[in-house]
Design a protein around this ligand. Structure first.
Ligand SMILES: Cc1cc2nc3c(=O)[nH]c(=O)nc-3n(C[C@H](O)[C@H](O)[C@H](O)COP(=O)(O)OP(=O)(O)OC[C@H]3O[C@@H](n4cnc5c(N)ncnc54)[C@H](O)[C@@H]3O)c2cc1C
Ligand code: FES
Length: 361
């Protein structure tokens, strides 16, 4: 075990102890402190913070798009890559006061594949069982990192269920990309009974305590954490008004339709609005057609008192944040998870916007 040092976070006044071998972000997560982050690989800048006091900080490899040398010289740091070798004080530039102290300490476990079924032509429903003791706890909307056997690599996947307490299971909705390191393996190799290392929970895409009406906007596998939050709403706060706009290309890309269409029986004020951007001509479809963001604009007129949750591919999330803001949703009440992919080429575009968090004003 290496030396430990105190890291103090301002302006929240939280102190944690950080082992020299750990990153600051990892140490915080292990101590239940939920700091804003996304890729955890020094690529997205979501965890960028400022070193107020102390200077003996080293970084694991990172992208200079996320932290240009000029910013590093000024004192900026990436908490997902930073190791400290003395006591330091760090100013958090992007944090959620409501969430920061509410984290669950992260756990590692070996999970076993219970089922791995197609729910569309390229989306899988993966169910893993986790050991009963200690209970693998998470908040609806959070994600875990799943290890890819034999590679040392991990990928992040959001749980679609609400708890492992009774079922002992974690459910995932995963889009398969040909050649994708994890999703290709999931598609072609992973079988019932196989074991996968997992660690988590991570993330702040969780339902905030508020009486506000809810709008969810999702696309593709972004369904996973939204389904988790909707299922938890049915368990905890069923009378809350909620609308889920879900974007898919064609009818064959829709999944969990029966459950979503019958959720209204549990949530009397819930509306599900699927939208197809590329319906096949002649297909039996009388629902919305167009980009999901245009459908939100068509249905909503005033979101000033609404909490919005957005999840899916980064371009969809960015477009949705713009539409929701135009419709009056307060920036601090737009919560989002961008499903960034590790295999994507680095561009300046993906470095400048956080991949998870709240829209900035
Ligand atoms: C917080 C968070 C939560 C996430 N939750 C989920 C989830 O619940 N479900 C889910 O499916 N994913 C989720 N993701 C994305 C997931 O972690 C992986 O990045 C994704 O599954 C691709 O991993 P891979 O190993 O299959 O592909 P990689 O090996 O990482 O990618 C290999 C290649 O596949 C191609 N590829 C990969 N992604 C794309 C893409 N989006 N569009 C086009 N080509 C692509 C590219 O050519 C890429 O270079 C989440 C990501 C984050 C950050
Ligand atoms: S979480 Fe640190 S750069 Fe992405």
């Amino acid at each position: 075990m290496a030396d430990k040092h105190i890291v103090r976070f301002e302006p929240v006044g939280i102190e944690i102890e950080v082992d020299e071998e750990q990153t600051v972000l990892r140490a915080a997560a292990e101590q239940g402190i939920m700091l804003m982050h996304g890729c955890k690989e020094g690529q997205c800048a979501a965890c960028k913070s400022f070193l107020l006091e102390g200077e003996d900080v080293e970084h694991d490899s990172y992208s200079t798009f996320a932290l240009p040398d000029s910013e590093k010289d000024e004192g900026f740091t990436l908490l997902c890559r930073a190791h400290v070798y003395e006591d330091v004080t760090i100013e958090l530039l992007n944090y959620d006061e409501e969430m920061i102290r509410s984290g669950l300490p992260i756990q590692s476990a070996v999970a076993t594949v219970v089922s791995n079924e197609n729910v569309t032509h390229d989306i899988r429903h993966l169910v893993l069982s986790v050991p009963a003791e200690p209970e693998f706890r998470f908040f609806p909307g959070q994600y875990v990192d799943i290890g890819i056997p034999g590679t040392g690599a991990t990928r992040s996947f959001s749980m679609a269920n609400t708890s492992a307490r009774e079922s002992g299971q974690l459910e995932f909705i995963i889009k398969c990309y040909p050649g994708g390191m994890f999703s290709g393996f999931l598609d072609t190799t992973l079988a019932v009974g196989d074991e996968l290392p997992i660690s988590g929970p991570f993330g702040v895409f969780t339902l905030r305590d508020s009486p506000a009406e809810l709008v969810f906007v999702g696309g593709g596998a972004g369904m996973a954490p939204i389904l988790s939050v909707l299922r938890s709403l049915a368990e905890r706060d069923p009378s809350r008004k909620a609308t889920f706009y879900y974007g898919a290309r064609g009818k064959r890309d829709l999944c969990f339709e029966d459950e979503l269409r019958s959720l209204g029986e549990l949530l009397p004020n819930f509306t599900y609005v699927p939208a197809l951007s590329e319906p096949v001509e002649g297909e039996d479809w009388d629902g919305e057609v167009g980009f999901v963001t245009d459908v939100v604009r068509k249905h909503e007129s005033d979101l000033r008192r609404t909490d919005a949750y957005v999840c899916g591919p980064p371009p969809m999330v960015e477009a949705a944040i713009t539409v929701l803001s135009d419709l009056g949703a307060p920036a601090a009440r737009i919560f989002y998870d961008k499903f960034t992919t590790t295999g994507e080429p680095l561009t300046s575009d993906i470095q400048t916007t956080p991949v998870t968090g709240r829209a900035s004003a």
